[in-house]
Write a protein that binds this ligand. Structure first.
Ligand SMILES: [Fe+2]
Ligand SMILES: [Fe+2]
Length: 135
C-alpha cells in the first residue's frame, strides 16, 4: 500500500476520533445521571489519546492530521438516545479499525490500530452496560 493511502486511512480514523471526543465531552455535561456522565467523560479522554497516537503515525509518514469533521450528531438531549448514539460511534469505530488493520500492511500502524480497537470494544461494552441500567 502506498504511503499516501496509509495517511488517508489514518486521517479517516483521526477525524472520527475528533467527532467522538467532541460528542462525548458535550454529552458528559448534559447527562443528568452521574455514572454515565463520568464514564462518557473518561471515554472522551481515551478518544483524545487515540487522536494523539494517530496524529503521531500520520506525522511520522509525512502527512498532516486533518481537522475537517462532519456535522456532529449528539443523539439528542435524552440519556437513552445519547447512549444509543455513542454505542453507534463505537460500533462504527470497531468496524473501521478492523477493516483498516486488514488493509494496512505496516506493522507499526497495525499494532497501534489493534490497541485502539481493543479500547473501542471496551467502550461499546461500557455504554451498553449504562444503557441496560436505564430500564
Ligand atoms: Fe477512539
Ligand atoms: Fe471509543
Amino acid at each position: 500500500m502506498e504511503n499516501e493511502e496509509i495517511i488517508r486511512l489514518l486521517n479517516k480514523d483521526f477525524v472520527s476520533e475528533i467527532e467522538a471526543t467532541m460528542v462525548y465531552v458535550r454529552n458528559a455535561f448534559i447527562m443528568s445521571r452521574c455514572d454515565p456522565s463520568r464514564v462518557t467523560e473518561a471515554i472522551a479522554i481515551d478518544e483524545m489519546r487515540h487522536m494523539n497516537w494517530l496524529a503521531d503515525l500520520i506525522i511520522k509518514r509525512g502527512g498532516k492530521p486533518t481537522m475537517e469533521h462532519k456535522e456532529l450528531d449528539f443523539g439528542g438531549d435524552d440519556l437513552e438516545t445519547q447512549l444509543r448514539k455513542q454505542m453507534e460511534y463505537e460500533t462504527e469505530a470497531v468496524d473501521r479499525y478492523k477493516k483498516h488493520i486488514e488493509m494496512i500492511d505496516d506493522p507499526e500502524v497495525a499494532g497501534v490500530l489493534k490497541h485502539i480497537l481493543d479500547e473501542e470494544k471496551r467502550h461499546r461494552k461500557e455504554f451498553r452496560m449504562r444503557l441496560e441500567t436505564i430500564y
